[in-house]
Write a protein that binds this ligand. Structure first.
Ligand code: KIV
Length: 273
């Protein structure tokens, strides 16, 4: 049997099997070098449509296209040997019908080599999730704060404070799980509800601004390492200040250039960094 295309590393069933077990470590990645840095430390890398804001300076994720997701998905796949890679389906590429979603998902899977796609929505997306999963496209769900519905929701806010909204979110989680998603991101959802959802459904919940009780956690890597300075969600813990370091490096370089303090060509090209 040919093993071409086979790869050792975390699979979709591995992630699914972690329900109630060791917490699942997830981060976003958009490029090959960042994927290489993160891969040994995480179970799952998400090529999130947050790249529209983080990499391209857009105000929201709504302008991200399928071609952008495929280009970045393929780049991340070139840097990964261990983590399970999931690529977001962007706004406008999947809500029209299950068939449209299938075509978008199939392009992403075929052109990037990723393991799964993620899409936003609850009860209303259950039929689409079942359609994709039944045809070999593993799906990660995303409920609670769903950035692609930012305008319909009236902005970024915590979800599930009111009883009716909490009941709807629980229904969303159940519908996504029953439709066959292998995991679900629970974003911006009040703690007791995120905990209740985690206890109520049979697939892993991946929290972001939700609850430590979730089966795993995800953060936007650029938030974590201080590379995205437009705003910092309150739940984000900064582990590094790379933006500050880059700025300092550029300033030091500028000083050297202006002082004509610059290495000769014999020092410019070395085999190793
Ligand atoms: O687009 C993204 O990065 C996401 C995560 C924040 C979950 O959806």
């Amino acid at each position: 049997m040919s093993t071409q295309g086979a790869r050792r590393g975390v699979t979709v069933p591995d992630v699914r099997a972690r329900k109630g077990g060791e917490p699942i470590v997830c981060l976003t990645a958009y490029t090959t070098p960042m994927a290489r840095f993160l891969d040994p430390h995480v179970d799952l890398l998400l090529v999130g449509d947050s790249l529209g804001m983080v990499v391209y300076g857009m105000k929201t994720t709504l302008g991200v296209t399928l071609d952008m997701m495929i280009a970045h998905g393929a780049a991340v796949m070139r840097g990964v040997g261990h983590a399970c890679v999931v690529v977001d389906l962007p706004f406008g590429s999947y809500k029209e019908s299950p068939q449209v979603a299938y075509r978008a998902g199939a392009r992403v899977m075929a052109e990037t080599g990723c393991q799964a796609v993620k899409l936003e929505g609850g009860v209303e997306m259950a039929e689409t999730i079942a359609f994709l999963v039944g045809r070999g496209i593993p799906v990660m769900g995303h409920i609670g704060l769903t950035p692609q519905s930012l305008h319909a929701d009236g902005g970024y806010r915590a979800h599930g404070r009111e009883e009716t909204e909490a009941a709807r979110l629980l229904e969303d989680a159940r519908a996504v799980a029953q439709a066959g998603a292998f995991a679900v991101v629970v974003e911006g959802t009040v703690e007791p509800l995120a905990r209740e959802i985690t206890e109520a459904i049979s697939i892993p919940t991946i929290g972001i601004g939700a609850s430590a009780a979730c089966d795993g956690q995800i953060l936007v890597t650029d938030d974590l390492v201080g590379l995205f300075a437009d705003f910092k969600p309150r739940f984000v813990k900064r582990y590094a200040e790379l933006g500050v370091d880059v700025s300092k490096a550029a300033a030091a370089y500028a000083e050297d250039v202006r002082a004509r303090r610059f290495p000769g060509p014999e020092n410019l090209y070395t085999a190793k960094p």
